[in-house]
Write a protein that binds this ligand. Structure first.
Ligand SMILES: Cc1cc2nc3c(=O)[nH]c(=O)nc-3n(C[C@H](O)[C@H](O)[C@H](O)COP(=O)(O)OP(=O)(O)OC[C@H]3O[C@@H](n4cnc5c(N)ncnc54)[C@H](O)[C@@H]3O)c2cc1C
Length: 441
């Protein structure tokens, strides 16, 4: 008989809330401790690829999310100077046809709200204003800044790139985020302001995810909020804080690197009245994901923060959550928590480390200076598109990773739930699951 254990999740971002859903579905007692006064996200968009929309569907959330989502037709890679499309990857309905689940765009605040509602409706407790100050590996407990102590059978650090919980998992070394040269400026513009301007209104005739790529900088833009807002992320060399999402960005610094970009996107940028900036960073592969005591682990950015150039950070947090949900649904003893966490690390680490590495490489590919390499890149992308058009089932190599015939199915076709179930069967077959102890709770 599987038992119920008590779980503390530190951090109520996308990863923490998703883990709360997965572990409640597995029957456990779940408390989320969120440090902020309220659950919030930056006023920006997020792309949800099929490898995570599949999991959201398994949890019964896809229909609700669909009400808030935008379904992009294409991912267009454009030449920075004139906006000409170099490569167009068809997203909807093609990815759904290929992988069974759609690629969509959503406002982060809507996403967080949906996940939070789903977690609390099935019985997770979500506490805000609960900032964790200290984590005790030996006692599997945390102490908040206000002195309150919580103890559990398992603690999960979902507290982002500057994770506090990580210091309890790897106490011997301070893991600093690796700052990239670039920071991201994020902004939104009402779609009506774009639709009212005949020079740029065509950008919203169809819903697409558009990228303008140039030397060391790029712009990503797509509609969110059912098409009512246009979300824009600008990535270029600069300085910004790593401690807060919403440092206010100077508008001149935001626009200046793009003066040589397509006049169309410059017209869009001229409509931005405020922006937020954030240093783009990742973390190096960690020496371990499970604490020495064996009852604390990490998920999401706390475990494997990555650059956003594959739009997979949150998707990987969802996969982590689903994996833990499947594995821990079969736990028979509190003493076997370490075995399950080690299995979780074993399953997840190779995949996320490959995605971290490829995200970094995708950035290099986009940010080439004009010249031979850039010309060869653009030619290869165009040729890949042509070959795919001629034979849609051909495995075509592309410098654009999410279009590449090998990488795309590996990335988007991944079934995190099945992988976890198979690993669990294997573990059971090998007799590695303990059956003796009862939960502390
Ligand atoms: C520009 C940009 C674009 C991106 N686009 C995409 C995309 O399109 N698709 C995608 O999948 N990913 C994308 N990502 C990545 C994605 O945003 C992150 O990977 C994801 O938000 C990580 O979620 P998380 O829950 O692990 O961490 P976070 O979102 O950082 O959440 C951590 C939470 O923990 C809380 N917290 C921190 N410390 C404590 C503490 N001591 N006590 C209690 N609570 C604490 C914080 O308040 C926060 O709520 C993008 C990232 C960037 C920078």
């Amino acid at each position: 008989m599987a038992i119920k254990i008590s779980v503390l999740i530190v951090g109520g971002g996308i990863g923490g809330l998703a883990t709360a859903i997965a572990l409640r579905r597995a029957g456990h007692h779940v408390t989320v401790l969120e440090g902020a006064r309220e659950l919030s996200e930056v006023g920006a968009g997020i792309q949800i690829p099929p490898n995570s929309s599949y999991i959201l569907d398994t949890w019964g959330l896809l229909e609700k999310i669909k009400e808030k989502a935008v379904w992009p037709e294409h991912m267009n890679i454009r030449r920075y100077a004139n906006g000409k499309v170099i490569s167009a990857t068809r997203l909807n309905p093609d990815l759904e046809d290929k992988y069974g689940y759609p690629y969509f765009l959503i406002h982060r605040a809507d996403y967080i709200q949906l996940l939070c509602n789903a977690a609390t409706e099935i019985g997770a407790e979500v506490l805000v204003n609960a900032k964790v100050k200290y984590i005790d590996d030996a006692k599997t407990s945390v102490r908040l800044h206000n002195g309150t102590v919580f103890t559990a059978d398992l603690i999960i650090g979902a507290d982002g790139i500057r994770s506090k919980v990580r210091t309890a998992v790897i106490p011997e070394k301070v893991i600093e985020p690796r700052r990239s040269d670039n920071c991201a400026y994020r902004a939104t513009v009402p779609a009506a302001a774009i639709q009212a301007d005949s020079e740029i209104s065509h950008l919203l005739e169809n819903h697409n995810s558009d990228f303008w790529i140039g030397h060391r900088c790029h712009i990503v833009a797509y509609p969110i909020k059912g098409g009512k807002l246009y979300n824009i992320v600008m990535s270029h060399p600069g300085e910004a804080s790593l401690t807060q999402w919403n440092e206010s960005g100077n508008l001149y610094e935001m626009k200046e690197p793009y003066l040589k970009f397509d006049p169309i996107i410059n017209k869009v940028l001229s409509k931005i009245t405020q922006s937020q900036k954030w240093t783009l960073a990742d973390i190096p592969p960690l020496s371990r994901w499970v604490s020495c005591g064996g009852h604390i682990t990490l998920i999401g950015d706390a475990a494997h923060a990555m650059l956003p150039h594959l739009a997979q950070g949150a998707a990987q947090a969802i996969e982590d959550a689903a994996t833990l949900g499947v594995l821990l649904s079969q736990i028979h003893s509190v003493d076997s928590v370490p075995d399950f966490l080690n299995l979780y690390e074993q399953i997840r680490r190779p995949r996320v480390e490959r995605i971290q590495k490829n995200s970094l490489e995708n950035g290099y590919t986009w940010h080439l200076p004009d010249g031979e390499e850039q010309i060869a890149r653009d030619k290869a992308m165009r040729e890949a598109d042509e070959l795919r058009k001629a034979n849609s089932s051909a495995k075509v190599e592309s410098p654009l990773q999410w279009s590449d015939g090998d990488f795309q199915p590996w990335l988007y076709g991944h079934d995190a739930i099945l992988v976890a179930k198979k690993a669990l069967q294997e573990m059971t077959r090998n007799g590695q699951i303990g059956f003796q102890e009862k939960s502390k709770f």
